[in-house]
Design a protein around this ligand. Structure first.
Ligand code: FES
Length: 179
């Protein structure tokens, strides 16, 4: 009788141990599967380089002339699956004053993100989408719905070359909030 009870206990123990081990193995194996199916949920899809990007030589920009629009080409951009080389991540308006100071503004309109143009006729920046206007120094003019001026980009000069740190900012708010 005692033997039967012992046998029963052992069977029950083995059953529970087997179920426990099976559950643990299944849980362990499902981690990579879940990661595979959920990728890239919750991750940044595209990462643009944070380092300054070479856009032009200082001598290429004429002092006191109208701003020039230049593409910002990153040597390495990573999205969820790939790393891409030489990708145009955006563009900027560059200008050099008579004293030789170089300034850069993002070409993205701070209203809803259209591309701003420079008007030689009115000597200011204009957005074709909803007619926001910005002075040559980037400040917002009264025309149009933009809530702030053009977004300045950080400029550094290294060995006679202009480098711009490209950044995007949240649209349609008065504050400048990087995204
Ligand atoms: S997107 Fe430029 S004014 Fe609306």
């Amino acid at each position: 009788m005692a033997d039967t009870k012992k046998l029963e206990n052992r069977r029950r123990f083995l059953k529970i141990a087997t179920l426990g081990m099976g559950g643990a193995v299944t849980a362990l194996m499902s981690v990579p599967l879940l990661r595979f199916f959920l990728h890239p949920v919750g991750r940044r899809m595209v990462s643009t380089p944070e380092a300054p990007i070479d856009v032009a030589g200082v001598a290429d920009i004429v002092a006191g002339a109208a701003p020039v629009r230049l593409p910002i080409i990153a040597s390495g951009v990573r999205d969820a699956w790939n790393r891409l080389e030489d990708v145009a991540v955006g563009s900027c308006w560059l200008q050099k004053d008579e004293a030789g100071t170089v300034k850069a503004f993002s070409a993205v309109c701070p209203h809803l993100g259209c591309s701003v143009d420079f008007s030689q006729a009115s000597n200011d920046f204009r957005c074709p989408c909803h007619n926001s206007a910005f002075a040559k120094d980037g400040t917002k003019k009264d025309d149009g719905p933009a809530k702030r001026g053009l977004d300045p980009l950080e400029v550094s000069i290294v060995d006679g070359r202009i480098r711009v740190r490209y950044q995007r900012f949240r649209n349609d708010i008065a504050e400048r909030e990087p995204v």
